[in-house]
Every structure is written in C-alpha cells, then in structure tokens.
Design a protein around this ligand. Structure first.
Ligand SMILES: Cc1ncc(COP(=O)(O)O)c(C=O)c1O
Length: 410
C-alpha cells in the first residue's frame, strides 16, 4: 500500500471502477467488486495451471491440490477455525446453509423437535429450515427482534424449549446492519443443548470473525461478498459435528470405497465436496483473503464506519427519509436501509439508477422481516471500504431531490 489518500489507493486496485468511472456502487451487501489480484489469480489457474486437484499424480494436478488446500488453510486462519478439515468449500452461503439443514435434518432432528430461526434472517437461512421441518415433522419457531434489529437474550431464553435442537441466526443482518451477539447466543443455546448455525454472509466481509471464540457450531458465508468471485462459498462446521453428519451431495471424490451395493465416505472435508471442485474460485478466494490481510480490518472498518456516519447524518437531514433500524451509525456497519415517505422503493432506485447510482430496492430476501416491520419494501445503500465520500455525497444529493422529482413540493 502507498501513501495516496485512502479512497484512491483502494480504487486503483479495482478495475471495475476504471471501466465504470461514473458509477456510484452502493450495492456491496449484494455483491462486492474484485481487486485485480483476485481476478489475476482466477485467470492464472484457468489459463495456465488448470488441472483437477486430488485426481492426478502429474505435477499440475499435485500443484492444484496443494494450492486448493492452501486456500482452505487461508480460510481457516481468516475465521480462526481450529482445523482445515472444518472448512468445506461450497458454491455460496445458500448452498452451505442448505447443506447443514439437509444433513442435520437427516441425522439429528426428529418429529416434534423445534428449530428457532431469527425473524430477520435472509431467506437462505430460513427456507432450508422450513423445508427440513416439512421432511422431518419438526417445527420452526421464530425469534423476534426489536424494530431496531436487536435481540433480547431473555427472548432467546424463553424461545428455547426442551424440544429445541438448533438456533439459526445471522451474525449481521443484511437489512439492519446490526451485529448479533453470537457469543451470548451460543452460550444460551448450548446450555439448552441446542446447536447454533450462524449466517456470516454480511459479517465475515466486514468484521474479524473468530469461530472458536464465538463457539458457533456452523458458519456459512459467500466469497463474492468479500472481494472474491461468484461460485465459491464456505461452510465452517465443528469437526465432531461434520463427522457425524451424512453427506449432502454424493458422487465423485467424496467416497472412500464404492460397490454395487453402496459406498463409504471420504474423510472430512472431502465427504462434503462431491464432484469436481471449484479450484479457481477457491484460489481466488484465498487471494481475496490475502488482500484483506494486506489492507487489514482496522483500516477497512475505519473507512466503512466514517462513510456510514457521513451517509446517515446526511440522510437524517433530508425530510421524509426514514432509516430502518438503529439511528446510531455505529450499529449499521455500512448497511443503511430506508424508505422515503410517499415514494415506492422501486421508483427511488430507478431515479438513482438514472443518475448512475446502484442501490437495492425490494425486500432484500427478508420478506418475513418486512412483514413483521409492516413495510412492503425498502431501499438499501451498502458500503465497502473502497467507496468514497464523493459516492456518499452523490447519493445524498439525488436522495434530497427524489420527492421533488415525484411531484411533491416539500
Ligand atoms: C445475510 C445473507 N445471508 C445469505 C445470503 C445468501 O448469499 P448467497 O446468495 O451468496 O448464497 C445473503 C446474500 O445476500 C445475505 O445477505
């Protein structure tokens, strides 16, 4: 890193911004941009180093195996897992969460059991549990948060029963930006012998995460939200738990021995990585983690927090803008969801788009949360450390004009 001012220093690492100099990209919670080093790593593998890991005894294949396992070690260190066998590469967080729901449902959940799911969950950490409950005869119960997005530990205590086998909850809401105190949640859940499945999709890209300190049983996240390419995700699971689960997908590479009668499973983590794996994606994710390590969370968090403060102070000054969740910028971690009185969120995002500003409108895959808050839809601006003060000001400028553009005169 050089001494150029922070925004420019980061921007030059992201070819996306050179290609789209006019764009104000504020949809980072949906997907983040890629630094050139990540793209280079992906290209290098696909163009010059392509060989299947695990299968060949020739040098390129052996190298692919080493590099793939090195990427797994990078992920292990990034989230402070105890062992690399606890890191399973998947397609994305959605697949990771479906894997846990399917396998835990098969092995550990019975008719009459309960799973407790946060009301603010992304559909990816809600529908798999609903489906699992349908197959097993278990029941899904919901843990409700305050209108600002926080959970009361007492509500968790009361929501747990002798039948609760599992709590599924996000570490950081993709609507509120609020961080849930996972350590307290795991302590309470474990006292009642319930497992904790955490969704780290929004937290892992923005704050340091230590799965051993949090003591979560499973954690799911996606590479494409943390400077990596699409198509690579992660499931962390405690070794003993992963060992006692059946496989999710079956086929090549996840077996020890196959007969016409059946099969036995490969050791962890291969048991959960059926078929030819996404080697390029894993290597690129490893490179993204190297980028995080080079910049450091301290600097990223300082940037995101300063930008969030600027954004929210500006929004608060604009009449008729309602921020969803806490009024305190420190609770938002770059995610600011909002409505404008009298203007449909789709109109807001269409007007923004006309001015080159990319934000999200809809229910952000959290429809039950929107129902609970009694709001049909919202807009969401989400920041990353490579955003700039100029981005925020451009957004605020258009935001202040939207009601006027829709024919209101106040
Ligand atoms: C909190 C949260 N969980 C899960 C997901 C699903 O991620 P993916 O689509 O990468 O599987 C998202 C994506 O927006 C998310 O924000």
């Amino acid at each position: 890193m050089t001494d150029t001012p922070a925004p420019d220093r980061f921007r030059k690492d992201f070819p996306f911004f050179a290609k789209h100099p006019g764009i104000v990209y504020l949809d980072n919670s949906a997907t983040s941009q890629l630094p050139v080093c990540v793209m280079d790593r992906l290209n290098r593998y696909e163009q010059f180093e392509k060989a299947p890991p695990f299968r060949g005894m020739y040098p390129l294949s052996v190298q692919a195996t080493d590099d793939y396992e090195h990427a797994r070690d990078m992920v292990r260190d990034f989230i402070h897992a105890g062992s690399s066998v606890e890191i399973v590469f998947t397609r994305n967080a959605t697949e990771s969460l479906n894997l846990v729901a399917y396998c835990v449902g098969n092995a550990l959940i019975h008719a009459g059991d309960e799973v407790l799911v946060g009301i603010a969950e992304h559909h990816s950490n809600m529908i798999p549990w609903q489906q699992m409950a349908r197959c097993t005869g278990a029941h899904v119960r919901y843990l409700y948060c305050s209108r600002e997005g926080s959970f009361n530990p007492n509500d968790l205590e009361q929501g747990l029963s002798d039948h609760t086998r599992l709590v599924a909850i996000t570490q950081m809401s993709n609507v509120f930006g609020q961080i849930n105190d996972l350590r307290t949640i795991t302590q309470i859940a474990h006292r009642r012998n319930a497992l904790v499945v955490a969704d780290g999709c929004q937290s892992v890209p923005h704050i340091p995460v230590n799965v051993r300190e949090l003591d979560v049983d499973f954690l799911a996240f996606s590479g494409h939200k943390m400077l990596g390419p699409t198509g690579i995700g992660v499931l962390y699971g405690k070794k003993d738990l992963l060992n006692c689960l059946p496989p999710f997908l079956t086929g090549g590479e996840m077996i020890e021995e196959v007969t016409t009668e059946g099969a036995t499973w490969a050791p962890l983590p291969q048991k959960f990585e059926a078929g030819t794996v996404n080697t390029g994606g894993a290597l690129a994710l490893g490179e993204a983690i190297s980028y995080y390590n080079r910049v450091g969370f301290d600097e990223m968090i300082a940037r995101e927090s300063a930008l969030t403060r600027r954004l929210m102070i500006g929004m608060t000054d604009i009449p008729h803008v309602q921020i969803i969740g806490s009024p305190d910028p420190e609770q938002h971690h770059g995610i600011v969801t909002f409505t404008i009185d009298g203007v449909h969120p789709h109109d807001v995002s269409a007007i923004m788009a006309d001015h080159g500003i990319a934000i999200r409108a809809g229910h952000h895959c959290a429809q039950p949360l929107h129902d609970y808050l009694e709001i049909n839809a919202t807009c969401r601006a989400s920041l990353m450390f490579y955003n700039t003060e100029t981005d925020v000001d451009a957004f605020l400028n258009i935001l202040s004009e939207i009601r006027g553009a829709m024919g209101y005169d106040d």
